[in-house]
Design a protein around this ligand. Structure first.
Ligand code: ZN
Length: 292
């Protein structure tokens, strides 16, 4: 069975939960599961390179048969082999096709060329989109709250604040109605001019500043969503989270799903925690969102 030479067309960035697609490839995996590749899907897969937002939950339907999707990951193929979640190249690399691998336990009855319906669980998606939108808002508020602690000029975010989030982040996990982000503050960040010594005494003040900004932004009910660079809507095309905040339009590279408006949120708040280990500080920001 030949491998696709073009990306899976993805409709989840627009908020779609259902799609109809043609099976373009079935790949039996060593663990007994099968990766089902469609030409088009609404199903969000986890990207192992930056696994912030977990995969959707849901199912494939062919006629009267239902195939639960037990996981979905970004795959890549150069035409010769299919890498399921372990691509040796960055998503978007020329000469490769990037595909959504819908993993099913039992693919009996599925075949290449079949037309299937794919659907993602609406409540799970809504909770993750809420968490992801809150996560990006909180990162901008964190950058602003920490801006007085920078003593040198560094790269700035879309609002012109020193981009602590991008310079220090080591992991981001989107949760239902929230997120957990970890930042490493080590020697190199201090060398760039970050006054780390001031952080422990200012944690409460910082989280109050962040919560204040978040309340202000949530109150605007501003439109948010995903903007695309290309018009093919392939998985490998770059996408950006976009928010129309009071001081301008902000864009952050993002492969996930989001709310359509901040009016879908009642409140977003954070807690900050600082831990010292092996000569570096780890700052953890836990964000929680209350849906409207
Ligand atoms: Zn994102």
């Amino acid at each position: 069975m030949s491998l696709p030479s073009t990306d899976t067309v993805v409709t989840y960035p627009d908020g779609d939960l259902t799609a109809t697609g043609t099976v373009v490839h079935l790949e039996p995996l060593p663990d007994g599961r099968t990766a089902v590749l469609l030409d088009r899907t609404a199903f969000h897969p986890v990207d192992p390179v930056w696994p912030d937002q977990p995969a959707d939950t849901g199912e494939l339907v062919l006629g009267d048969r239902t195939y639960p999707i037990v996981d979905a990951v970004v795959g890549a193929t150069d035409g010769g082999s299919l890498f399921v979640g372990d691509a040796p190249v960055r998503t978007g690399t020329e000469g490769w096709a990037f595909v959504v691998c819908h993993l099913v336990e039992d693919a009996t009855g599925l075949e290449e060329g079949a037309t299937v319906a794919v659907s993602a669980d609406a409540e799970h998606r809504r909770a993750l989109s809420t968490g992801h939108t809150a996560c990006h808002l909180a990162s901008l508020a964190l950058n602003e709250a920490l801006s007085p602690l920078w003593t040198k000029e560094v790269k700035v975010d879309g609002r012109g604040r020193p981009d602590f989030d991008q310079l220090a982040i080591t992991s981001s996990r989107i949760l239902p109605d929230g997120s957990t982000d970890e930042y490493r503050i080590g020697k190199s960040l201090r060398k760039k001019g970050f006054a780390a010594a001031e952080l422990p005494a200012r944690l409460d003040e910082l989280s109050a500043t962040i919560d204040g900004l978040l309340a202000e932004w949530v109150a605007t009910g501003a439109p948010v969503g995903i903007a695309r660079d290309g018009d093919g809507h392939g998985l490998g095309e770059r996408r950006r989270w976009r928010a129309e905040l009071p001081d301008g339009v902000i864009e952050i590279p993002c492969g996930g799903t989001h709310l359509h408006s901040l009016s879908e949120l009642a409140a977003v708040t954070v807690t900050l925690e600082l831990v010292e280990a092996e000569g570096a500080l780890t700052l953890t920001m836990r964000t929680s969102a209350e849906p409207a």
